[in-house]
Ligand binder design. Sequence first.
Ligand code: FCB
Length: 479
Amino acid sequence: MTATTITSRGSGSSASVFPDGFVWGAATAAYQIEGAAAEDGRGPSIWDTFSKVPGNVADGHTGDVACDHYHRYAEDVRLMAGLGLAAYRFSVAWPRILPTGAGRVNAAGLDFYDRLVDELLGHGITPYPTLYHWDLPQALEDAGGWAARDTAHRFADFAAVVHDRLGDRVGTWTTLNEPWVAAFLGYCSGVHAPGRRDPAAAFRAAHHLLLGHGLAAWALRAAGAAEVALTLNLAPVIQSGDGHEEAARVDALMNRQFLDPALRGRYPEEVLEIAARHGGLGHIRDGDLAVIHQPIDLLGINYYNPSFVSAAPGEPANPAFPGTEGIRFDPPTGPTTAMDWPIEPSGLETLLVRLSRDYPEVGLLVTENGAAFDDHLVDDADRDADGDFDGDVVKGTVHDDDRIGYLDGHLRAAHAAISAGADLRGYLVWSLLDNFEWAYGYHKRFGIVYIDFETQRRVPKDSALWYRDVIERNGLRSA
Ligand code: FCB
């Protein structure tokens, strides 16, 4: 596969064309969009519990209704088809399939994903399910959650149950989404479910998530899965002042704590030293790293921004990063999104090039990239009357030029990485729909499709129409 850059003579501008077969798509996650939290036998997850505790989520928002995708999935698939998406990444809600995390299988839960997969395939869209996007069944949390080793085994059982039902139609299986976030925001800083603040539990959770990945990857492969993937949140760690060792330490905690066990069968020394000081290493048993180090076909990359750090003697550890005493996480100095996250497309190129250099055996897929901005729905156009959009009938529009700029910049960076030799196979925008953005509730809109949460009306933003054009031409227009 090659990436080409076509330069029109005289203009000096260049169009970026992606390799043939490059996979264009969009991503979502179950708890963020499905709603129907208590329907058809779904059990409670840690996010149901956590979001109902006052103070945990902005304005007390919950995923009870979200985008009502559970009932509106067919409309949503039509929208995807209208945009020309080739791939759709969604997650399977564990508590819909196994309401108490283990034991009794809830057939109605499997039926939903069965219908969704058929609907996608019927529209020529390849399903990319993720098995764990943070909605652990509450019953398993009550038994210790990811801090307990047994949860890893229960996860592999869950993976096998889902594969048994969908494996005839799904080729690529992603085990986990962002285990760093699940472990360290869930069990250490406590800003995500289950809201625990226990660094030792977080290191145990990280290891058990990785073990669960390895056991599930093995089970999926044994059941005949064509491709197995793992999605990590990865970010270049940039030293903004003094502090080479400090930047390397944050890189080890954030990136290599997961990359190295999964792809090299070992933990970075720095991580072992820090974990040893926070509860010890007794949870890492002989043979675990061999289980974790299963061959995988694809590494999913969720990239939003780099981290900037510098040495700052006396600084206490960041609440999400035990072991970062003496390190300051520097605030962004340039442009930011509505999350206050820095906009730094070059970070994606740096990351992709580094991954293909350090872990050349694995294919790369951007499984999330996107931005929240303060979008406003304006009723200044009837898109269907204009012949502008051939999905569902919509009225109104969102002029999200800032999001288009963000996506355009990151796609140019991805293209540059491919030109530099990175084996990048596709790009999935986060997100298809505005949705429940965890602790921020519905206040942060990441969608290329606007959701009016009062009426559940879907309105493709300008960025959706721009993305449709990118997909159609398999690349970007001249800059
Ligand atoms: C990622 C999550 C995803 C979404 C985006 C903005 O960390 O995987 O669910 O919240 O951030």
